[in-house]
Design a protein around this ligand. Sequence first.
Ligand SMILES: CC1=C(/C=C/C(C)=C/C=C/C(C)=C/C=C/C=C(C)/C=C/C=O)C(C)(C)CCC1
Ligand SMILES: [Fe+2]
Length: 557
Amino acid sequence: MASLAFSASIGRSISPSNAMVSDKFESRREGFSLGKGTFARKRDPRDSMVPKVATQAPTVFPSLEKELAGDRNHVAWTSVRQERYEGELAVQGEIPLWLSGTYLRNGPGMWHVGDYNFRHLFDGYATLVRLHFENGRLIAAHRQIESEAYKAAKKNNKLCYREFSEVPKPDNFLSYVGELANLFSGASLTDNANTGVVKLGDGRVVCLTETQKGSIVVDPNTLDTLGKFEYSDSLGGLIHSAHPIVTDTEFLTLLPDLFRPGYLVVRMEPGSNERKVIGRVDCRGGPAPGWVHSFPVTEHYVIVPEMPLRYCAQNLLRAEPTPLYKFEWHPESKGFMHVMCKASGKIVASVEVPLFVTFHFINAYEEKDEDGRVTAVIADCCEHNADTTILEKLRLQNLRSFMGEDVLPDARVGRFIIPLDGSRHGKLEAALDPEEHGKGMDMCSINPAYLGKKYRYAYACGAQRPCNFPNTLTKIDLLEKKAKNWYEEGAVPSEPFFVARPGATEEDDGVVISMISEKNGDGYALLLDGSTFEEIARGKFPYGLPYGLHGCWVPKK
Ligand SMILES: CC1=C(/C=C/C(C)=C/C=C/C(C)=C/C=C/C=C(C)/C=C/C=O)C(C)(C)CCC1
Ligand SMILES: [Fe+2]
């Protein structure tokens, strides 16, 4: 397939009213050459207009838009146009002068190799986006992460590693046998670090996914891939939680044990690559540990969720995806919450809870009585009403076929109440009426100063129905049990990320950053006031970016 003819006028300066200045481009999008390999894809009628998008003010293609059915070509679910970009964004509104630093957001942004299109949102090759705020100005950049999986796909023009749902096709039986061996050793698993990005206490910035080998160090200024983050311990295992708890003083994560169902709770110090075991939790139900995409902590405890949606060794081996991918729903195995003391590794509570499905914990804290004794742990999460269908809804075909029907399954802020008095059961209830946020709830953040502590506010994506994906930015007030919602028709916002104002004393004194993929193919970075939840500024990208998952903040030194 031919690469698109590429306008020669790249790397030029244009006026800020044209949405960017001093833009640096490299290879051009789908059907584009990336280094040696060519990622060729069927030509999109809009590709011919790419140079316009890159060099002019917001470009809408009204007649073309009408011709395209539904949201088939929503930019949120379309591979990123080009491998990298950097430029200053024209800003409407005012960026607070105190906002000084870099927001990084990671996510799967390229969903094809050659002519082959991936099927699931989580399969895409990682696209890292950077928003640098300084003196009221906003410089944006994006770049593909150079994982082995991405480089091999570019070089060979085919999928070479096992992604979330995609499996490379073995050329013959012998290579299939080899492939099985590779699976057991982990060699065939992807290192496509497409899920999150964290800043460690020592300043290193690491992109992550659920395979341990997919821990990749990047330069937050240039977005260069610096190399693998190699864990120097011998704890082994192939997978870990995609969301470690990272503070200036520690890195905590969970390593699921698929052979002897359970989890290792491990800790790593800043400056070190060695994880040390705090303790182990044995599963109480099921043939395998529950999927732990994330987990919460309090000041003194690590909470280990045992979700009835469990890893499945047979599904890991399959060539074709099953409805729940590498997982299986085992309601008979029940759901549990375990509480481990961070200092001793002892389990202080292990309770059965109602069935649940969650990917993202919001926060947790210790509830105390009037004498200051801890009586319970409260853990909040984005809970999908114990329904796994959200995984299927996140298939690209479903995301790309929105025709106005309301197909997003309901979700809520699930609040676990875990008593520490030896009770055998814990509770799970909605922390507020889910109607407040349109019964959509995922992709959450809090003020990081409240991590593990009693808190009042959470930011997340909710729903304005009908929709097929969370389409609002939502501020949840857990005290008043109310929500404020930001919504723009047809827009797909990414996870709202809270940055506190230096010196703030109120929990919600700061800004919320999100990136918006618009219906017309455009996109912008959005700043909302953390308290009023009103827009304070937006910076328009030269073209819309695909949806992204999780981010982190790197303050200016
Ligand atoms: C690559 C392999 C795996 C990878 C797992 C990955 C990449 C998991 C990523 C999970 C994510 C991004 C979950 C996000 C959830 C967001 C939701 C529910 C949003 C809802 C909106 O309404 C394993 C499967 C671990 C195994 C082998 C290989
Ligand atoms: Fe996540």
